[in-house]
Design a protein around this ligand. Structure first.
Ligand SMILES: CC(C)(COP(=O)(O)OP(=O)(O)OC[C@H]1O[C@@H](n2cnc3c(N)ncnc32)[C@H](O)[C@@H]1OP(=O)(O)O)[C@@H](O)C(=O)NCCC(=O)NCCS
Length: 212
């Protein structure tokens, strides 16, 4: 049985491309209450592949002032890191403009790097049109669940000190600040920005609790 994080995430959410009778995709209700926002849509995780890099990079370029390059994503895929897309069934008003060939839209994605007893979150991004609907929280929940199933005790990440939305997301999710990396990120005009290092204990109450 394939127990990679990719396979587990995909199995968890079902598959949009598969016949519903065989493998019904899960429906998840977004907490968003805006009238123009779908309260429900069928979603699925799918492994990120080279064929997805144009779409992923298009989202990445809109979402960040300092986006990852295609090479960053390609290197992660070639290294075999867990990398998944979060796909949503296209809603009627999305079908003409944004739907993929399988009728889904790209809501977001994540890339992580496994360590000995930890998972390092390298990238989590939600497409701007789909932000504030709970998708990042959903992806973090899924990653935490499956990282733990793989034996990881910790989730680690770095986040730009100025990235208030992401820092709030992680704090709300239970991550604690455990360090600061000075000048870790490029910040334009030859400036650098500090990275806040955060970790989440996936096994609360374990002896590992003592570790920073
Ligand atoms: C950060 C990011 C991933 C959040 O994705 P999202 O799907 O919009 O987040 P969610 O809807 O799951 O929000 C969960 C919580 O995060 C916090 N949050 C998310 N976006 C926020 C914002 N713009 N301002 C303040 N808090 C925010 C809130 O606490 C929110 O809970 P609430 O809606 O109940 O208040 C998204 O804004 C994004 O992709 N940003 C660009 C890429 C990025 O910075 N990634 C992180 C790199 S370290």
């Amino acid at each position: 049985m394939d127990t990679s994080v990719n396979a587990l995430l995909v199995a968890m959410a079902g598959g949009l491309a598969r016949p519903a009778a065989v493998n019904p995709p899960r429906t998840w209700t977004a907490p968003d209450t805006r009238p123009d926002c779908a309260r429900e849509r069928r979603i699925a995780f799918a492994p990120m592949t080279e064929a997805d890099l144009d779409a992923v990079h298009a989202v990445e370029s809109c979402a960040y002032a300092h986006p990852w390059s295609r090479k960053h994503f390609r290197d992660s895929l070639q290294s075999g890191y867990p990398a998944v897309l979060l796909l949503g069934e296209a809603l009627p008003h999305e079908r003409a403009q944004t739907a993929r060939a399988d009728g889904s839209v790209l809501l977001g994605y994540l890339v992580a790097m496994p360590g000995v007893d930890e998972m390092h979150l390298l990238n989590v991004t939600v497409a701007p049109a789909h932000q504030r609907q709970g998708w990042a929280r959903f992806m973090l929940d899924a990653l935490a669940l499956w990282s733990r199933a793989q034996g990881a005790q910790w989730l680690w990440l770095e986040v730009r000190e100025s990235n208030a939305p992401a820092r709030r997301l992680y704090e709300r999710h239970g991550f604690k600040q455990v360090g600061l990396r000075k000048g870790y990120y490029p910040a334009g005009h030859l400036q650098r920005e500090d990275a806040v290092v955060m970790s989440l204990n996936l096994v609360p109450g374990d002896a590992a609790e003592a570790r920073p």
